[in-house]
Design a protein around this ligand. Sequence first.
Ligand SMILES: *[C@@H]1O[C@H](CO)[C@@H](O)[C@H](O)[C@H]1NC(C)=O
Ligand SMILES: *[C@@H]1O[C@H](CO)[C@@H](O)[C@H](O)[C@H]1NC(C)=O
Ligand SMILES: *[C@@H]1O[C@H](CO)[C@@H](O)[C@H](O)[C@H]1NC(C)=O
Ligand SMILES: *[C@@H]1O[C@H](CO)[C@@H](O)[C@H](O)[C@H]1NC(C)=O
Ligand SMILES: *[C@@H]1O[C@H](CO)[C@@H](O)[C@H](O)[C@H]1NC(C)=O
Length: 370
Amino acid sequence: MKDSVSAGEFGGASKVVEGNSVSSGSPVLIRRATQITLLFVGVVVLWMCVYSSATPFGFRAVSNYFNSASLKGSIDPNLECVLRKASMKGKTVIITTLNDAWAEPGSIFDLFLESFHIGNQTEKLLKHLVIITWDQKAYARCIALHPHCYQLETKGDNFTNEAFFMTPNYLHMMWRRIEFLDTVLEKGYSFVFTDTDIMWFRDPFKQFFKDGDFQIACDFFNGNSYDLKNLPNGGFTYVKSNNRTIRFYKFWFKSRKDYPEKHDQDVLNLIKTHPFISQLKLKIRFLSTAYIGGFCQRSKDFNKVCTMHANCCVGLDNKVNDLKILLEDWRKYMALPANDKKNSHPSWSVPQSCRTSFQRGNKKNNSTRR
Ligand SMILES: *[C@@H]1O[C@H](CO)[C@@H](O)[C@H](O)[C@H]1NC(C)=O
Ligand SMILES: *[C@@H]1O[C@H](CO)[C@@H](O)[C@H](O)[C@H]1NC(C)=O
Ligand SMILES: *[C@@H]1O[C@H](CO)[C@@H](O)[C@H](O)[C@H]1NC(C)=O
Ligand SMILES: *[C@@H]1O[C@H](CO)[C@@H](O)[C@H](O)[C@H]1NC(C)=O
Ligand SMILES: *[C@@H]1O[C@H](CO)[C@@H](O)[C@H](O)[C@H]1NC(C)=O
């Protein structure tokens, strides 16, 4: 719970009070009052950082109070706290988003967390995982299981239920997510964004390119990590915080207006060759499905796979069904003696329900890869 950075912030707030008492008349009083308020906010931020996981609902009430109070702009001490506490060195966090349907016991969220426990050396990554919740119920479930949860303000939207693919609610959630990730970049944090229906079996950081700003998983990877013709999947990205990525996310978010009724991934496909992106000199890299795989194109080698995504799959129940089988496949592999791991070449027994659902969904519409 100790957090040297937040202690520093507290010190900063008190310095403001010391530094400024030379004017005269009533402005001084006003400034004093402002300074005291700032100090008070500093203390509360510190207090919230320390106690957030202990008293979540009290904490929510306080943070709501400050959101509606006169704190200017988008300063959100709560998010700052969560990011800071979860950060690994180099200001990097792992982020996922969660709604109530996926957070239900026995559903996707449980499988997601389980994968970190049974993966090879992935358990230690959990302390860097920030879970962004869309509704109060998902938040409650999150804090029961995990130390870093953040409830996204969604201004009256109701994201509680399963957001069916391509409904207005679904689209809104996807775009809100892009906007939120831009905020994270602006705060100076790099991130790995992962959908919750992605199972983590190995640390993917070793597979990221040193020289990439924006690295993204693929539904179908053609063997060339630079080739813009790869079919990306926005469910898994590694993004470094810098001026190029911040501007890129703003551009991506803004482009939704040019392509109404398209989701972020389709729009990304449409803008990835836009001249603005090359002007930005944004370094885009596509991640190989050999490591960052999914049901569209599976990671063939169990000795290499880092993550597996329930993509090319329609419907929550189908995802849950197949991800359970996927975890079982992995457990069997992990239980093999070291020699057999290398030599026995196991293969995945999924997709099953996902394949059928996807073929059915595909007839109606071609853009159901998510
Ligand atoms: C797990 O990770 C360790 C350390 O990187 C490595 O030595 C070991 O071979 C890995 N095991 C498997 C099954 O990948
Ligand atoms: C959200 O929708 C669900 C079901 O439609 C409903 O039970 C719940 O009360 C709603 N929540 C809010 C905050 O409106
Ligand atoms: C980003 O832009 C700001 C302001 O334009 C500049 O001061 C800063 O050096 C830039 N940072 C990087 C990493 O390019
Ligand atoms: C199917 O895809 C088209 C074009 O991608 C889109 O305009 C349409 O809204 C989609 N229909 C449904 C039912 O999702
Ligand atoms: C859907 O995909 C099939 C096969 O990939 C293709 O032949 C067809 O033209 C596509 N339909 C639409 C509406 O894009």
